[in-house]
Write a protein that binds this ligand. Structure first.
Ligand code: NAD
Length: 504
């Protein structure tokens, strides 16, 4: 058993053991060329368990030298990896997925410990999806075929899809393994090698994935993991001249820096960014389903999902009835120890993020919005130092205030009354974001009309967060550039090359 796994078992069986005894703190390491290594300068970052508010591990605070080493390893590996057969690559992906599924519980516990989300959610959403990412792209690399067309019997055109080289993959802390593997799987399936920079707040499952990569015998340097702050390790990856592609999921402000930093190198960029998504509830909705799903789209994963419906708009005819039911059920949601199967919400990812979310609530109060429920921190028994916030509903009428314009990324939802389709459409499109939207109506024509006019990359009708990995995923406006998923991932992780051959 590798050393960190033993340490992790200690943590599971003796609560607090790791955080109270310095000697048992886990040391997460970089993974370069299939070796676990510290940062070249030896510096580390302390990682907190958000539900206990205590340090449970450290990870490397990598700098330029570490990123250079990882890129060198990935570059060296590329010449061989890009020549392997599609079948061989697919087999490796399937082996990684299989190994993850064997250790799914352990991964779910680790994700919960590191991120603050409930184990229940990690077990039912995060880890199954990470497994599916590998399975999905293992089959898409085998089923992909190229385009071909002839010109009047005189010439034939065909398309070759070539991997780019070293892919720089930068991921956030809200769905750590889920989003990181959404990048790794297609990147290596189509023949690239990868240098990953997971969020400094949630390094654990990426580290465990590196263990899996080593165990299945993936060739050295195909997947490398470099931990550290965005301003150091992330930036070094973006500015590295030998990394032609960057796939980034994270905040819109960070993406601005990435666009500027990468501009001199003409890199291929995929940017999956923030959202301020409308959840529109018409008077003819299926009331029960709309209430139940809106609770999820508002507060699932502590509201730390880019796709959360953080702005609810409810038709005036059902407003009072809907809100009375929604608030009653919001107040019954259990905020508790993430390990407890009864908890619906766990802890926010960090003390800093909790304070930022509380700041948004305070500001909304000052701006004249009404807190209908929540708006305060929660002390959870056995987790007294954890970062918990009660699910919060804020009633507001102005579209211009901060709480209606900026992404909170926490368990906070706004609600506004509307009276017509035109009015709510204007509300829905009144932010700089355009990631996703939900519509609740039984009127098919209205659903199509609205879906056509809302500025967002995804529109869910009478649902939320149903994900099919074949469909285009991404955001409009400040929510992103590019699409991934199915054919779109193939487009992104390869270069299309046209070859034209004459018959003459
Ligand atoms: P963030 O932008 O702070 O960090 C994301 C990643 O970028 C981290 O690994 C970070 O270390 C790194 N980073 C930071 N500065 C960098 C720089 N200058 N150069 C390169 N890398 C840098 O975002 P976060 O707080 O981790 O995540 C929350 C944000 O992510 C929210 O805005 C959320 O909406 C967004 N998100 C979007 C999607 C999507 O699919 N659209 C999914 C999940 C999260």
């Amino acid at each position: 058993t590798p050393k960190y796994v033993r340490t992790f078992n200690v943590m599971q069986s003796e609560k607090g053991a790791v955080t109270s005894q310095k000697g048992t703190i886990m040391n997460i390491k970089n993974f370069i060329n299939n070796q676990f290594v510290d940062a070249v300068d030896g510096s580390t970052i302390e990682n907190y368990n958000p539900s206990q508010g205590e340090v449970y591990s450290t990870c490397p605070a990598s700098k330029i030298e570490d990123v250079n080493n990882a890129v060198d390893a990935a570059k060296k590996a590329f010449s061989l990896w890009s020549q392997t057969s599609a079948q061989e690559r697919a087999d490796f992906l399937r082996a990684i997925g299989h190994e993850l599924s064997i250790r799914a519980n352990e991964f779910a516990e680790a994700e919960s410990l590191d991120q603050g989300k409930t184990i229940k959610l990690a077990r039912s959403v995060d880890i199954p999806r990470a497994i599916k990412n590998f399975e999905f792209f293992s089959s898409s690399v085998l089923s992909k075929s190229e385009d071909c067309s002839s010109i009047d019997g005189k010439a034939i055109n065909y398309t070759l899809r070539k991997p780019l080289g070293v892919a720089g993959l930068i991921s956030p802390w809200n769905l750590p393994l889920y989003l990181l593997t959404w990048k790794i799987a297609p990147a290596i399936a189509f023949g690239n090698t990868a240098v990953c920079k997971p969020s400094e707040l949630t390094p654990l499952t990426a580290f465990m994935l590196a263990e899996v990569v080593k165990k299945v015998g993936l060739p050295e340097g195909v997947i490398n993991m470099v931990f550290g702050y965005g301003a150091d390790a992330g930036r070094a990856l973006v500015k590295h001249p030998d990394v032609p592609l960057i796939s980034f999921t994270g905040g819109t402000a960070t993406a601005e820096t990435i666009i500027k930093d990468s501009a001199p190198y003409f890199k291929k960029l995929g940017l999956e960014l923030g959202g301020k998504n409308p959840n529109i509830i018409f008077e003819d909705c299926n009331f029960e389903k709309a209430v139940e799903t809106s609770l999820l789209s508002s507060f699932n994963n502590q509201g730390e999902i880019c796709l959360c419906g953080s702005r609810m708009f409810v038709h005036e005819k059902i407003y009072d009835r809907f809100m009375s039911e929604f608030i009653k059920r919001t107040e019954s949601l259990v905020v508790g120890d993430p390990k407890d199967e009864n908890s619906f919400m766990g802890a926010l990812v960090s003390a800093g993020h909790r304070d930022k979310v509380m700041g948004f609530i305070e500001e909304a109060r000052k701006e004249g919005s009404k807190i209908l429920t929540g708006g305060e921190k929660v002390v959870v028994k056995g987790c007294e130092k954890g970062y918990f916030i009660r699910p919060t509903v804020i009633e507001t009428t102005s579209m211009d205030c901060k709480i209606m314009q900026e992404e909170v990324f926490g368990p906070v939802v706004t609600v506004t009354k509307f009276s017509s389709e035109e009015e709510v459409l204007q509300y829905a499109n009144s932010t700089r974001y355009g990631l996703s939207a939900s519509l609740w109506t039984q009127d098919v024509s209205r659903a199509h009309r609205m879906a056509d006019k809302i500025d967002s990359g995804t529109v869910w009708v009478n649902s939320w967060m149903i994900r099919d990995l074949r469909v285009p995923f991404g955001g409009m406006k400040a929510s992103g550039i590019g699409r991934e998923g199915g054919e779109h991932s193939i487009d992104f992780y390869t270069e299309a090359k046209n070859v034209c051959v004459t018959f003459g």
